[in-house]
Design a protein around this ligand. Sequence first.
Ligand code: BGC
Length: 762
Amino acid sequence: MLDTRIARRTALMGAGAVAAWLASPARALMQAVGQVQSPAFVDELISRMTLEEKAGQLSLMASAWGGGVALSLNPASAGANFQQQVEEARQGRLTGVFNGNGATMARVMQTAAVKESRMKIPLIFAADIIHGHRTIFPVPLAEVASFEPELARRTAAAAAYEAAGAGIDWTFSPMVDVARDARWGRGVEGGGEDVLLGRLFAAARVQGFQGGDLKSVDHLLACIKHFAAYGAAESGLDYNTVDMSQERLREIYLPPYKAGFDAGALSAMASFNEINGVPSTGNGWLMNDLLRGEWGFQGFVVSDYTGDEEMIAHGFAKDGRDAARLAFLAGVDMSMQSGLYREHLPDLVRSGAVPQAKLDQSVRRVLALKAMLGLFDDPFRRIDVKRESARSMLPQTRLLAREAGRKSIVMLKNDGDLLPLPRSGKKIALIGPFASGPHDLVGPWVVYGDDAKAVDLAAGIRAALASKDSLIVAPGSGVEEPLAGGIAQAVAAARAADVVVLAIGEGANMSGEAQSRTEIVVPEPQQRLAEAVAAVGKPVVVVLKHGRALALEGAVANAQAILATWFLGTETGNAIADILFGAASPSGRLPVSFPRSSGQEPFYYAHKSTGRPNPPGPLEPYKAHFRGIPNSALYPFGHGLTYGKIDYAAFTQSAPSIPMSGEIEFTARITNRGARAAEEVVQLYVHDRVASLTRPVRELKAFRKLALAPGQPEVVRFTIRPAALSFVGGENKLVVEPGTFDVWIAPSAESPGVSGSFDLLA
Ligand code: BGC
């Protein structure tokens, strides 16, 4: 095992650690972060500001520096030039900029703001630090496959350390939108389909980014996005309508946001979508009543890009002025990119359409956060060119990226123990558009990372092989286009080799914003390549690159071994080689269900039963399934194999029934009967048989990650209290109802594992 820090008998951070976390001093610290103190000088500043300066403090723009990285990441915008933007800082028309480039840019702008503007209020510098700054970690969805929130905390902390060193104060992250339709392209940025994982990773990422003190030059202000239910877009079409019951919203979609705020996040981004007819950006119930009222959020809310202006296209606002008024009154404190607030807020206040006190309150929130970030003490505290390069891509950060990469890989299949491959004695044909080259490595949503500084698969494999001559590389195909002569060359390579590693899947631009797909399959030219290579008859290991669950077909699905490797970032090739050659046993588990066919989407394990479920086995007429395929996954949520052989046995429970005030313990004996060390993610699922509102067929309630030596058994214990069995009942309140519950301790959401049931008494 590469990770010697994992003691052999140690149960790693899992849902069982939640209780410990709730009681921990670290949480108390984070909660202290979650409280906003507005220093007295903030009110004194506000008393001297003009309406225009106030509106300026609520206006954030994409950085225009050097052509503007920001502008290339988003739809075409005003195309400001840098000198013009510096002038805006001088005039107090800007609160800050985002996705600009580094400390040099920040110094020029901050100097204009604090030395040359009338109020001398520092700017805030924001960026999409989604999965790394210069060192790029696995995409967020991949990292969830580790089932190790602590890993996400560490990578977020490392990303914050690099980014804060480069003049950045605020990240537009984490994205915590639950996503249950793999056609949606932005699932790649989030926590997957499950509520428990979504909550744990949201909290862990906030802790990593923010640390315990926002003034620290090692940390960033986190932003929970996209509030709310952005991941529930109808048919997975990005930006599309959301229409859902309060119960579903509160039970499935809201908890990860809440977990992020409870962990101390002090900014939030309103989502692009509408919910039940009201765009989030103009949704007063969402931001004023729920977020601030019910949840007590004290930070500020920013629009997502031109979300305020987009309410015109939604058919909710009649023009820019109306959009600014609606967004502001609904609780969006800061407008990103549209410029509508600085254009209209002063006059909206003068005309009485927006109360002056409300404007002051939003400015107070923003200035209080700037104070908490230490910007009034020293506006240049994070702006230091030397520190920027001194912190960039350090060896220990790359090592962390490699560890995170390894832990994100899920082995879907390994027939005949084809993997791990030997380091010598076999000729390997590495085939596919993702075999080599500086592309598609860092993945989607990267502002500052660089494919050219990342390790491709060929380099990773070469470094692991005893002899460099045993590797033949052939691209075989483009990502979405065939390559002239590619298949013939790939087939020749396969013939000359003992084993094929087929690196295929989605390009980085096929997931992320506005990248919804109707068919979530391997693109056709690559599928053809896979069929031709499989026909050669050599054993094939498929190494998938992807930002979502895929519906695998034909030769890809039938390959002897399949690794789901997502986008792993800077250390892609090394991390995959660690798994391919057995330096580490695969330990990732699917955070999203892989369907049998695209048409099953939205597809997720915690679905309802329906009145006509088709039991496992043959398809039955007039039962819930699509023509010709079972209503189950190709690879279910939670699935993932190891190089060990893991056996589940000896289920026990501490009692047949418990009272509402009680608790119940379940145990199972997990044994590694294989010859290699392995890590197993042991999952506990529950099903409430009868309730006043129907319940999902299974829900993940806890998990543990175990390190098991060959031959080693370990008894895993889970304690469940009735509160964990609650759901959102009538009147939008959490209820716990008595009744019978099924319990599984299992290696995936569809595995029978070992099981029992108990009664919760009234
Ligand atoms: C995205 C956000 C992102 C923002 C700024 C928007 O298009 O939806 O997630 O933070 O751009 O780059």
